[in-house]
Design a protein around this ligand. Structure first.
Ligand code: HEM
Length: 127
């Protein structure tokens, strides 16, 4: 029987590729690079865990780090509307790179858009 769980559709391998390509774009984006660590290995590892559970897969992030509380975990960083759009632009390009298409892409991107907007904690002029 075919699973309707988004994580089962994308799979571990494509999700992992997506996150790696995404952070290589983040590290080169002028609006994002300044707030991220130089070494994104650990960031990417946590993001793979988080997105696994975000898409209905096993709760890998929570098992290791506790409740995500994503907005609280982002408060130490200045996240302006411009940075949220930059984040989403990198994600869209990463989805192109790994050829994530179709219904899963639109569903996933829509949920990421909502979450990214929820992370905004400063107006643009304070960025
Ligand atoms: C961590 C920026 C949106 C999930 C981080 C970190 C930064 C950041 C600077 C810390 C990296 C580190 O020290 O390793 C941003 C910006 C966003 C954004 C500018 C724009 C809106 C999102 C979204 C999600 C997300 C939409 C989820 C869908 C995470 C996770 C972590 C993280 C899971 C790791 C938290 C931890 O340390 O346990 N983000 N983020 N972020 N972000 Fe974001």
């Amino acid at each position: 029987e075919k699973s309707n769980v988004p994580y089962d559709i994308i799979g571990e391998e494509q999700l992992s590729e997506l996150v790696d390509v995404f952070y290589s774009r983040v590290s080169q984006h002028p609006d994002l690079a300044p707030i991220f660590p130089d070494d994104l290995t650990e960031t990417a590892r946590k993001q793979k865990q988080f997105l696994t559970q975000f898409l209905g897969g096993p709760p890998l992030y929570t098992e290791e780090h506790g409740h995500p509380m994503l907005r609280a975990r982002h408060l130490p960083f200045t996240i302006t509307p411009v940075r949220a759009e930059a984040w989403l632009t990198c994600m869209k390009a990463a989805m192109d790179d790994v050829q994530l298409n179709g219904e899963l892409r639109s569903f996933f991107f829509e949920r990421l858009t909502q979450t990214a907007h929820h992370m905004v904690n400063r107006p643009d002029d304070e960025g």
